[in-house]
Design a binder for this molecule. Structure first.
Ligand code: CMP
Length: 736
């Protein structure tokens, strides 16, 4: 009887048969049909033949039939044979229409997520081919299209790509196999929705702590963490909280309680992850405060209605506590008027550390009310806290005749404000003034009006000048910018090398732990658009340069061969200790100092070095070798366990490389290149990984503890290469 029907009807009749009743001829007919379907065109012959065995026919006589609802569990995948459907999203309505040849419903299956949209037939007599979950997983999951582009109103809103998931992730959810969709690009709002839907189910919040901190396993699903670390690049906080609120308040047209509760729960879980993983910068955006308060009260009200939300209510209680702590810390900071960072005053970096100590000491002696505060200063009480945007900083601004004024300004004061204040104090009346840094080598660079945290990003012996625009060329370097004229090798010889390395590392660790991951973003994308500061990062980098020039300065100021050889030995051993302490930042600084031409050209000195130390240096030099993208270093650091002090300039280079080599926007409509965000986040996670364990070094047997600490804090250096090379040539003139 089948043969009497139209070919179309034959096919339908076969497809309606129970799958085990299909004859080889039937399968051939189905296969022939599958060959012509656009949604299947990328599949191999074998896969299509397998599909012929199990694919089923589904038709709906009436328009407005709901195939499934947003939030439902995904049970099958569809291809449209005839007709069209609307894709409907709560809170947005119809976002797009799909036609015959299109497919849908793969997202929920592949990501084990609830349905991202409701599907409703648009016309009478729609026909579909359907593959149910188990068959989909068996046959299609791993071969289904690698890229899925979701559209809304005619433009791409989310581009997903299948990647191989971490095998350990597969163990956790037995249903998932090796592949999962990750976001390659998307509109901010859609990415957030996708994140909430697929990554924030309280039931299986899939990010484990180890995943967050281990940067090297790129296969792990890091969507949530990537988003939290980088959203400020593409979705400012005010927009994020607006969207979160909207998602929290989403209603279900079908009054589906489960859907509503799940949506609310996800938003709260997102907020919780956000606050606990990013911490202070979330609260620094003060617009978040009222949002958290609002959400807190809404969740509590909702929890009375939906009891399952009680856990979420408790999470927000905790967020309120954290906010309270943040506010308390602020107030304390404000009352401690002495907590300022002073820059520059003579040997400027000196003050940078000691000002903090003075504050700590003052606090300590207030508490104790005794005179022993001096002994208590430095390391025990110290525990620097990170510099914040509204902290005050004290620094000098000079003018042409080398007179200066001392300013006290918030760290995030703009160059323009500083310029106006300085001009005012110095009595400069001029139309066109500029603020500029003059380095010790005479180099001048004008500071743009919008720049912030000027004082912390000066070069080591650089100073801030204010001058009429057309007089800038006439500005001269201050005498004290040259740096010291006498070395300290006698002092240095008395200190134990291990003790030096120990205190160098403590300072570095302290500076390193103050650097927020966000500062890396500010570094590449510029702090001004965010009006944020990266002063903690500045100080850490500055310290790197200081140590580097310290090595060169000391050696070039040692005027006897014997002293120079002693110093060379000392610095090589110091590098060895820093390496042992996993302080690779100082290790690089020391070895780079030793490789500076002003040092490396001192052949007489190097010849007198014991061969054991020379060999050691050659090995160190190999480690800092930049070839093949610092391969030697990357391999070495990859083998270490935290705590690690990484070579910071390389992390910044990686950030810059990613930032400059990849566009943030993929089109004019605002599609964000999320792959780039992932790469940036990977580098940012390295910071977290490095300090995921506390630094616990065996303290050295104290010999000259106080002297060593003071010395290490107050390094005075020459950072003018010309002077250093000149000194070096005088020490060991080139042999004719
Ligand atoms: P799934 O989440 O399983 O169920 C709804 C399906 O709608 C989804 O898979 C996609 O295949 C399809 N879809 C098409 N466009 C969109 C869109 N803009 N947002 C979400 N889903 C969409």
């Amino acid at each position: 009887t089948l043969t009497q029907l139209a070919p179309d009807a034959v096919l339908k009749a076969i497809l309606r048969k129970p799958t085990h009743d299909r004859s080889p001829d039937d399968l051939e007919i189905i296969y022939e049909e599958l060959v012509h379907i656009r949604a299947l065109s990328h599949l191999s012959t074998t896969v299509k033949r397998e599909l012929a065995n199990i694919i089923v026919f589904e038709s709906h006589p009436r328009a407005e039939t709901v195939l499934f609802n947003q939030g439902d569990e995904g049970v099958s995948w569809y291809v449209i044979l005839k007709g069209s459907v609307n894709v409907v999203i709560h809170g947005k309505g119809v976002v797009t229409t799909l036609q015959d040849g299109d497919d849908f419903g793969q997202l929920a299956l592949i990501n084990n997520a609830p349905r991202a949209a409701t599907i409703i037939t648009r016309e009478d007599g729609c026909q579909f081919l359907r593959v149910d979950k188990d068959d989909f997983n068996r046959i299609l999951r791993d071969v289904e299209a690698n890229t899925v582009r979701l559209k809304e109103h005619g433009r791409d809103v989310l581009v997903l790509e299948k990647v191989s998931a971490n095998p350990s992730a597969a163990h956790r959810h037995s249903a998932s196999s090796h592949y999962k969709y990750t976001v390659m690009a998307g509109m901010p709002q859609k990415m957030l929705e996708h994140l909430l839907e697929t990554r924030l189910d309280a039931r299986h919040l899939s990010v484990r702590d180890e995943d967050i901190i281990r940067p090297y396993s790129s296969a792990t699903d890091m969507f949530l963490d990537d988003f939290l670390l980088t959203h400020i690049m593409f979705m400012p906080t005010h927009q994020l909280i607006t969207e979160l609120m909207r998602n929290y308040r989403i209603e279900s047209p079908t009054q589906d309680k489960e859907f509503v509760v799940a949506s609310k729960s996800r938003v709260v879980n997102f907020v919780y992850q956000w606050v606990t993983s990013i911490r202070d910068p979330v609260f620094d955006e003060t617009i978040t405060h009222s949002f958290f308060e609002q959400l807190h009260s809404e969740v509590h009200a909702d929890a009375r209605l939906y009891h399952t939300l009680r856990e979420e209510a408790a999470m927000l209680d905790h967020v309120q506590e954290l906010l309270g702590e943040y506010r308390a810390a602020r107030q304390q900071g404000g009352s401690l008027a002495t907590l300022t960072w002073t820059l520059p005053a003579g040997g400027q970096s000196v003050v940078l550390f000691s000002a903090v100590n003075a504050a700590a000491t003052a606090a300590a002696s207030n508490r104790k009310g005794s005179g022993e505060s001096n002994a208590a200063s430095a390391f025990s009480v110290e525990k620097r806290r990170p510099i914040r945007a509204d902290d005050d900083i004290i620094f000098r601004v000079y003018c042409a005749d080398h007179t200066y004024c001392t300013l006290r300004q918030p760290v995030n004061a703009t160059a323009e404000t500083i310029k106006l204040n300085a001009a005012d104090k110095l009595g400069l009346r001029h139309e066109e003034l500029v603020l500029a840094e003059i380095k010790s080598n005479g180099e001048k660079s004008v500071i743009a009006d919008t720049e912030v945290s000027i004082a912390t990003c000066l070069s080591i012996n650089g100073r801030i000048f204010v001058s009429p625009k057309d007089h800038l060329d006439a500005m001269t370097v201050l005498p004290d910018q040259e740096g010291p004229s006498d070395g300290t090798c006698n002092e240095l010889e008395m200190f134990s090398t291990r003790e030096l390395a120990y205190y160098i590392t403590l300072i570095d660790w302290d500076l390193f732990c103050s650097v927020h991951e966000y500062e890396l973003l500010y570094h590449v994308a510029g702090a001004q658009p965010f009006r944020k500061i990266k002063s903690n990062l500045d100080l850490f980098l500055r310290r790197f340069n200081e140590i580097q020039y310290w090595v060169v300065t000391e050696i070039c100021l040692a005027n006897t061969l014997g002293k120079r050889v002693q110093l060379l030995r000392k610095f090589i051993k110091l590098a060895a200790y820093c390496k042992e302490f996993q302080n690779l930042n100082a290790f690089f600084a020391l070895v780079m100092g030793l490789s500076n031409v002003a040092v490396s050209r001192l052949t007489q000195t190097w010849e007198r070095l014991p061969s054991k130390l020379r060999k050691m240096f050659t090995e160190f030099d190999g480690l800092i070798e930049p070839s093949r993208n610092h391969r030697a270093y990357r391999i070495a650091v990859g083998k270490l366990q935290p705590p690690i002090l990484p070579f910071m300039p390389l992390l910044l280079k990686d950030m810059t490389f990613t930032h400059e080599g990849n566009r943030t926007l993929l089109d004019s409509a605002g599609l964000i290149n999320f792959e780039k965000m992932h790469m940036l986040a990977q580098t940012m996670r390295t910071l977290r990984y490095c300090r995921s364990r506390q630094l616990l070094l065996q303290p050295p047997t104290p010999r000259s503890e106080q002297e060593v600490r003071n010395y290490i804090r107050n390094l005075r250096v020459i950072d003018n290469q010309r002077i250093l090379t000149g000194l070096s040539q005088r020490l060991e003139p080139k042999r004719a």
